[in-house]
Design a protein. Sequence first.
Length: 111
Amino acid sequence: MDDELKLLNREIFLGFWKVHILHHASEGEVVGQWMLQELREHGYDVSPGTLYPILRRMEGHGWLRMSQSPKGGPNAPKKYRITPRGKKALQRIRQQVHELRGELLGEEDAD
């Protein structure tokens, strides 16, 4: 990965990844490995060593709730679901993205 892409990942795309996570978690439970694949399909180069701390941080902010089957032991897949606080955050993000999209594309009626 070149230095410019690393900089974009760290400074800009990290926020996009979080928005993707919130969006998909609002549609149903997400599992880390599935989320990695989903982000890669969108062209993001995300490693497990980056994604899992993001999921834990989002859980710590109260945006996601993690569950894990006790039958699977400590290595059971962790499932993440959006919380009411996460839903509020996602709604605010959607408003901001709508406004930004209008500015970036020069659309008059983005409000």
